[in-house]
Design a protein around this ligand. Structure first.
Ligand code: ATP
Ligand code: MG
Length: 321
């Protein structure tokens, strides 16, 4: 099936604390810079699978920005929508892990080149043959960025395209009011919703159960919902021809997790791409589950993106084990 994906949002460099429980308020060692940014990781993973993908973003005219663009180019991402500005530096993020489930970030996004991303950066010509937009909640970090996203969303939706949405909430971003306000708008247009377990609660009304929330979202028009559960795997929810709930679960593969950041993006990119390519939901979820497992096995948020061949090799190996 012919399709082309676009993503809009932060492209930045990430530095990882060397030690577990390393603090930000004391001197310490970090490894990096690694190319990062949730929509950039997503785009890298789509491209590695061999599918066309455009990323709209902004970096500074500095070495960090050059590294990010070169890396995405190497992966096969269409980088014509990335603007390099000399009046701001490339965005950055610092991350430290407490344990597998707890991590702290220091983000430098709205005050970096990323903060310059606006309506005018969304080139209609580049969007011409795009049929799908992926939205990362973390990319809705300013009025300008939301404006850019809405432009892309309106263009894609007006020509019958589809939208996927990963809330990708970071507690460090909770003070960005614009972000929360734009979620309702994005949800109205979402076809594929990819929250993590914790994020489902954020979309719950009153005292609904998780199942009730999911059913309500499906009845409101979302076609596919996948709830990501980290090492536990993921669960799919959709409606069958009789409008009854279709659901199934895949267990997470047992892998050595060295860096959990980026798993959600890789997982989502694989699920969305394969679904758009015509795979059934069961196969798309199985492959996405591998994509997430491979992502956590590598140090660096974008270092664990993988090709279809690598996913298939992993599956073959784990079928024998
Ligand atoms: P991110 O930190 O990138 O935002 P997320 O919270 O959106 O991640 P996760 O649930 O952490 O998403 O990971 C997505 C998927 O990757 C999981 O549903 C699972 O399939 C796979 N995965 C994540 N962590 C592990 C792990 N430790 N072992 C095996 N598979 C994993
Ligand atoms: Mg996520």
């Amino acid at each position: 099936m012919e399709f082309k994906i676009c993503a809009v949002g932060e492209l930045l460099v990430e530095f990882l604390a060397k030690e577990c429980n390393q603090r930000f308020d004391q001197p310490g060692e970090f490894v990096g810079p690694y190319p990062s940014g949730a929509p950039a990781i997503f785009a890298s993973q789509v491209a590695k699978l061999g599918f066309p993908v455009v990323l709209f973003s902004c970096v500074g005219k500095d070495s960090f920005g050059k590294m990010c663009i070169n890396r995405l180019k190497k992966d096969g991402v269409i980088v014509d929508g990335i603007t390099s500005y000399s009046r701001a530096n490339t965005g950055s993020a610092f991350v430290t892990y407490q344990d597998q489930s707890e991590r702290n970030f220091i983000f430098n996004i709205p005050n970096s080149a990323c903060g310059l991303l606006s309506f005018n950066n969304i080139d209609e010509n580049l969007l011409k043959d795009c049929t799908h937009l992926h939205v990362m909640g973390s990319s809705l970090y300013s009025f300008r960025a939301i404006d850019a996203m809405r432009k892309a969303l309106d263009i894609i939706k007006n020509k019958g395209g589809t939208i996927s949405f990963d809330p990708n909430l970071r507690k460090e971003m909770f003070n960005i009011q614009e972000m929360e306000q734009s979620f309702g708008y994005i949800m109205e247009y979402t076809d594929i919703f990819l929250p993590s377990e914790k994020e489902v609660r954020y979309f719950t009304q009153n005292d609904e159960s998780e199942q009730q929330t999911i059913l309500a979202l499906l009845k409101n028009g979302i076609k596919h919902i996948v709830v990501k559960g980290g090492a536990k795997g993921a669960s799919y929810y959709g409606l069958d021809e009789q409008n009854s709930l279709k659901t199934f679960h895949v267990d997470g593969f047992s892998v050595d997790s060295v860096d959990p950041t980026g798993a959600g993006g890789c997982f989502g990119a694989t699920f969305v791409s394969l679904l758009l390519a015509g795979y059934d939901v069961e196969t798309a979820l199985k492959f996405a589950n591998v994509s997430g497992a491979l992502a956590v096995s590598k140090l660096g948020p974008m270092e664990g993106t993988s090709s279809l061949e690598e996913i298939q090799t992993f599956l073959t190996k784990h079928a024998i084990d």
